[in-house]
Design a protein around this ligand. Structure first.
Ligand SMILES: C[S@@+](CC[C@H](N)C(=O)[O-])C[C@H]1O[C@@H](n2cnc3c(N)ncnc32)[C@H](O)[C@@H]1O
Length: 446
């Protein structure tokens, strides 16, 4: 049974704009004093209390490895804050490396289930801290290789690991898209950088059966940390958790394309991992027209939208994007207070030159009735969205925690069963189902 995402209390992130990430360059702290030990203990207690940490092995690693050695110059209170990532490198104002928030590190290690003696490949060395935790867990009989695409990050990660007495970790400058074939097969592969596909190399280098791949997977703009277990000729998810990671660069770089629809950049579409179905000027013209407001037919809470309905919609309908902008954009995600941006789902149909937006009927309430906005000519797309909302509701509102994702190499997937939906990427066909809900047993294929 997949681990529940709602229970994790993990903060909502993509396709929403990144939460504030702290950047600090205050004086260097020493890694061995009592204050550090106290902070580590407090961090572990917080992570346990908040449901991010369960296993004694991961707890022991977090208690043992002084995180400040991997974040020189950062005050201890920031180093041991459970919920904040710390940006460590920016290029042209864009964050390209960070120390992930401890709560995210903990939940991904829980998903990975590393064991003493395991061979582990990490893609995204960053500071080297996660590799240090892994090295602690796999012990002397195991082996950890960690890759980063940037030479300067590789050098600093090596220095940090040396300071922590963990020279046995192999830190390699390489594009993680190709894995690290020299040492495969790996019992565990973990990406600490987001990808929207499973590279053939990761599949090939994963031990079978039962090797585990944990990665932040972006599907049509929606990121989930997914733990996959290798079966005979496919991978199957064991748990899905909300997350938000920096995107992979290099060979499999995807960025998260953001398309400005006007000269001022006041209307921006994000979340596309497929080509736009209509020219941008057509989309812009549709958005500047008059909208009809149609009832969505269901009421929901922001949490239900985040933890269930959103994935359901992107799995069952192509060309679901996120539209960001000012007062004219419906505030579906309720993020302006934190981010200043209003955002909603924008569903497009290129053949019909139509689009539909999802909105709360009463924006001032917390959740409530949903409605569908569409410019002239979008009635049949709006009807399709209404149908999907009602279907999700009628099937007991399946949530991400009930979802299962099977990942097949393209061209190697079986016919779909009732209740399954697909998302196709370059290398992988992702087949989604909700076995823990009524969806699988009763849904009819469209
Ligand atoms: C969120 S950081 C990793 C955090 C790290 N695990 C830690 O414990 O500090 C993501 C890292 O992935 C690296 N990265 C991005 N694209 C990559 C690629 N194609 N191959 C290897 N590393 C990559 C970035 O340079 C960045 O350092």
């Amino acid at each position: 049974m997949p681990i529940s995402s709602p229970a994790s209390g993990h903060r909502l992130r993509p396709p929403y704009p990144p939460a504030t990430i702290r950047y600090s360059s205050r004086p260097v702290m020493d890694g061995t004093h009592d204050e550090s030990r106290l902070q580590r203990r407090a961090l572990v207690e917080t992570l346990k209390r908040d449901g991010h940490l369960r296993s004694p092995r991961v707890a022991e690693a977090l208690l043992t490895v002084p995180r400040e050695l991997f974040l020189p110059g950062v005050p201890l209170d920031d180093v041991y804050c459970s919920s904040e990532a710390i940006v460590t490198k920016r290029v042209d104002g864009v964050s390209v490396s960070s120390a992930s928030a401890p709560e995210v590190i903990a939940l991904m290690l829980e998903q990975l289930e590393p064991r003493p003696g395991d061979r582990v490949l990490e893609i995204g060395a960053g500071t080297g801290y996660n590799a240090a935790l892994l090295a602690h867990i796999v012990g002397e009989r195991g082996h950890v290789v960690t890759l980063d695409i940037d030479e300067d990050l590789v050098t600093s990660a090596r220095d940090h690991l040396h300071a922590a007495g963990l020279d046995q970790v192999q830190v390699v400058q390489a594009d993680g898209a190709l894995g690290y074939p020299d040492l495969h097969a790996y019992d565990r592969i973990i990406l600490t950088v987001a990808a929207n596909d499973i590279a053939p190399a990761w599949r090939q280098q994963l031990a079978r059966p039962h090797g585990r791949l944990v990665m932040p997977l972006g599907l049509r703009g929606l990121q989930r940390c997914v733990a996959f277990v290798a079966e005979r000729d496919f991978l199957v998810s064991r748990s899905l958790r909300n997350c938000s990671f920096i995107p992979l660069r290099g060979l499999l770089s995807i960025g998260w394309p953001r398309v400005a629809l006007d000269a001022e950049g006041a209307l921006v579409l994000s979340g596309a991992d497929e080509p736009m179905p209509m020219p941008l000027d057509v989309i812009g013209a549709l958005l500047s027209g008059r909208f009809r407001v149609l009832p969505g037919g269901i009421a929901a809470s922001p949490e239900e939208l985040r933890d269930g309905l959103h994935l359901w919609l992107v799995a069952h309908q192509p060309h679901v994007y996120t539209l960001w902008g000012g007062p004219k954009v419906p505030d579906l995600f309720r993020l302006p207070e934190r981010t200043g941006a209003r955002g909603t789902l924008c569903i497009m149909n290129g053949a019909q030159s139509s689009l539909a937006l999802l909105a709360w009927t009463d924006e001032s309430a917390r959740g409530g009735d949903l409605c569908v906005l569409t410019p002239g000519g979008g009635e049949s797309l709006a009807a399709r969205v209404q149908h999907l909302l009602r279907e999700w509701d009628g099937l007991g509102r399946p949530i991400d925690a009930q979802a299962e994702i099977r990942a097949y190499s393209r061209g190697n997937s079986p016919a779909l069963a009732v209740g399954e939906a697909t998302v196709d990427q370059r290398w992988t066909r992702f087949v989604l189902s909700w076995p823990g809900s009524a969806a699988t047993s009763s849904r009819q294929q469209p």
